[in-house]
Write a protein of this length. Structure first.
Length: 126
């Protein structure tokens, strides 16, 4: 038997920012009776801790491997959405590298791109 005088048992908490759900996840391991622990109890606690660490690692890897979903907008929709004038938008276009111009912003958690060809088409039509 292991007495609590030899071991101080603290609540084990792991905080992980999990951007999959955009919230803080808290894992807590707390035995019901921490007065007297056996070696077997400590082994069970250690196994639970390892299992939780594995799940956390898996969540982090899954998030890193996910590709953002791309959604394409027309230039007119983009201008209306961000509320800039056409001249401001034209200045953005003129100041950028013509081969790499794209608009990238996040709308409702989705990454949105406006491709260069859409920009050129918009200015030719208007």
């Amino acid at each position: 038997m292991i007495n609590n005088q030899n071991y101080i048992l603290k609540i084990f908490s792991v905080y992980v920012y999990c951007s999959v759900h955009l919230k803080l996840i808290r894992f807590v391991i707390m035995p019901v009776n921490a007065k007297i622990l056996t070696e077997e109890d400590l082994d069970i606690l250690n196994q639970k801790i390892k299992d939780l660490e594995g799940k956390i690692f898996e969540l982090m890897n899954r998030k890193q491997n996910e590709e953002p979903q791309k959604e394409f907008l027309s230039v007119k929709e983009f201008i209306n959405l961000i509320g800039v004038s056409r001249s401001t938008f034209e200045n953005m276009k003129n100041e950028s590298d013509p081969n790499k111009f794209k608009i990238d912003f996040i709308r409702r958690g989705t990454r949105v791109f406006v491709p260069r060809r859409e920009v050129d088409r918009y200015f030719k039509e208007n």
